[in-house]
Design a protein around this ligand. Structure first.
Ligand code: ATP
Length: 209
């Protein structure tokens, strides 16, 4: 089974591309979903986070307050490293399990969607990297519109990330999402047919987290 890593910057269009791929029948493993699963109450990830950051990081129902954790690590690189040392191996292990299941089910191609594919050092474990690309101004405009934040806040989020150009340079395939949604759809359909089409039946979605 060929594993295609799908990545890109914040608000570049990864989710939109994933939806199109799923509609085409692609098998998708979503790292964001796995990140939520990895810290659910009862998991080793949950226990390790409480041990490291204290019970103050919990919501009243016992779940990890992901927003509070996000704010904490945004301001503290050492805390970020500690959190990543807990979550990255947990996510990697869940991803291995899900991909193994898809392989056993006879899938020929699976997409691993991960915003930090390159930064987290996972790039070497996929066969190809598809990068969803937008220019900085489009990225800022879409981020501001989607999240209802100020330009300064949007710029701050971009500054915390690997520049889009650098990511695009690492891509086996670059999906250009500067244009209209229809243009994005045409590119994804073309890529799907060219790279994944043959022998792949359109049997509906195979999203496994
Ligand atoms: P994040 O990493 O922040 O979750 P993402 O990479 O998954 O973001 P999307 O959520 O797919 O990005 O897209 C960001 C925003 O831009 C969304 O509001 C989406 O509807 C919009 N968008 C995506 N592609 C286009 C396009 N071609 N034209 C206009 N708007 C678009």
């Amino acid at each position: 089974m060929r594993i295609i890593g799908l990545t890109g910057g914040i608000a570049s269009g990864k989710t939109t591309v994933t939806r199109i791929l799923e509609r085409l029948g692609a098998a998708v493993v979503d790292a964001d979903q796995l990140a939520r699963e990895a810290v659910m109450p009862g998991t080793a990830g949950h226990r390790a986070i409480v041990e490291t950051f204290g019970a103050g990081i919990l919501l009243p129902d016992g779940a990890i307050d992901r927003k509070a954790l996000g704010r904490l690590i945004f301001a503290d690189p050492a805390a970020r490293r500690k959190l990543e040392a807990i979550t990255h191996p947990a996510i990697a292990s869940l991803a291995e399990q899900r991909l193994a299941t898809l392989r056993e089910c006879g899938e020929k191609v699976a997409f691993y969607v991960a915003p930090l594919l390159i930064e987290a050092g996972v790039a070497g474990r996929v066969d190809e990297i598809w990068v969803v690309y937008v220019d900085r101004e489009t990225q800022l405009a879409r981020l501001i519109a989607r999240d209802g934040i100020t330009r300064a806040e949007a710029e701050q989020r971009l500054a915390a990330q690997m520049p889009m150009e650098e990511k695009a340079a690492r891509g086996t395939v670059v999906i250009d999402n500067r244009g209209e949604p229809g243009e994005l759809e045409r590119q994804v359909v073309m890529l799907w047919e060219r790279h994944c089409g043959s022998g792949h039946e359109k049997t509906g979605n195979h999203r496994v987290g």
